[in-house]
Ligand binder design. Sequence first.
Ligand SMILES: Cc1cc2nc3c(=O)[nH]c(=O)nc-3n(C[C@H](O)[C@H](O)[C@H](O)COP(=O)(O)O)c2cc1C
Length: 210
Amino acid sequence: MLDSSPRREGNSWALAQALGKGAEEAGHTVDFVRLSDFVRSPLDDCRECRLSDGSCGITDDYERLLFDHVLPADAIVYATPLHWYGMTGRLKSFLDRFFCYTSASSPHTAEVVPGLMHKRAAVLISCEESYRGATLGLEAQFQELTRYLRQDLAGIVVGVGNSRGEVERDPARPLEAAADLGRRLGDAHVTDYRLDTDRPNRVWGPPVEV
Ligand SMILES: Cc1cc2nc3c(=O)[nH]c(=O)nc-3n(C[C@H](O)[C@H](O)[C@H](O)COP(=O)(O)O)c2cc1C
């Protein structure tokens, strides 16, 4: 679970905690990290900072985050406040720097490329503005980037609030939605068809008898 807010224990953190609680209830182990503890530099020009063996020369804890926390996980939860109608710069840097480990020149490509793919993903967004358009661009971006990474985007929860922890008072109850997503994340059924996809005519299987 990646909390990308610069604010400690803020609204995106609250959403992440709720999702984590739901995931634990479903029997999963939750690994919660703050990106600011690991990612201190944006992507730079690889031609200038790449080391002679092709590995990334940026000296922060990104590599530790990637290898010890991200690659071993079955699911990634991206938690971000809305900043200028997008994700935080820190989260963008985290994503940008995948490049340094997946490009042909990296000695880690064979491990990192398959390690990033075929995970479940969830997105948690906290923001001040409640109108639908505020988060649409970011939601579309996550849809595309998880598709590119072959991650299954199981759900997006948006919580509205501004002062610390205020998201709890959002009448749409995003903390409950996040907890529910956490409970379902392990086996969430994600459908993404093409015209020729072989599929049954029901999405959720046969009706359950009560
Ligand atoms: C630099 C910055 C930019 C922001 N841009 C937006 C924005 O475009 N739209 C919005 O609704 N809220 C915006 N906000 C408000 C935050 O998204 C909101 O306060 C959020 O709940 C903070 O979450 P956090 O406590 O996890 O940091 C911005 C806040 C900051 C600090």
